[in-house]
Design a protein around this ligand. Structure first.
Ligand code: 5GP
Ligand code: ZN
Length: 109
């Protein structure tokens, strides 16, 4: 856990979030400022600053994040219609929270 990291605090239940998934290595919760009808953040419990900081040993974790996103898209009813999965990387890439998270956005009519 990194001190002063909002997502570590959410993972540790120090600040509230609207969770849609809690697993052994990964959690997912609703974005506080949704950009679409469905906007979920898939977040590893391990604090990793950005995609740039991933190591080879993190590869299974990243794969699991994508599989969780796929499952959530199905459960939330946006799998067939379609959705976006993306990472923002560092400030120039629009990253605001420096604990990696996969955005799942969709649910458009
Ligand atoms: P980034 O720009 O770092 O890829 O995305 C950060 C996302 O986290 C933003 O979409 C923002 O709305 C969301 N966010 C920031 N603070 C909080 C928070 O305290 N709770 C939740 N649920 N989402 C947050
Ligand atoms: Zn963190």
């Amino acid at each position: 856990m990194a001190e002063e990291c909002i997502f570590c605090k959410i993972i540790n239940n120090e600040i509230p979030a609207d969770f849609v998934y809690k697993g052994e290595r990964i959690v997912a919760f609703k974005d506080i400022n949704p950009q679409a009808p469905i906007h979920i953040l898939i977040v590893p419990k391990k604090h990793i600053r950005s995609i740039n900081d991933l190591t080879e040993e993190d590869a299974p974790l990243v794969a699991e994040m994508i599989m969780v996103a796929k499952q959530l898209a199905k459960e939330l009813g946006t799998a067939e219609r379609g959705y976006k999965l993306f990472f923002n990387v560092e400030k120039g890439g629009g990253q605001l929270i420096f604990h990696i998270h996969l955005h799942l956005v969709g649910g458009w009519k």
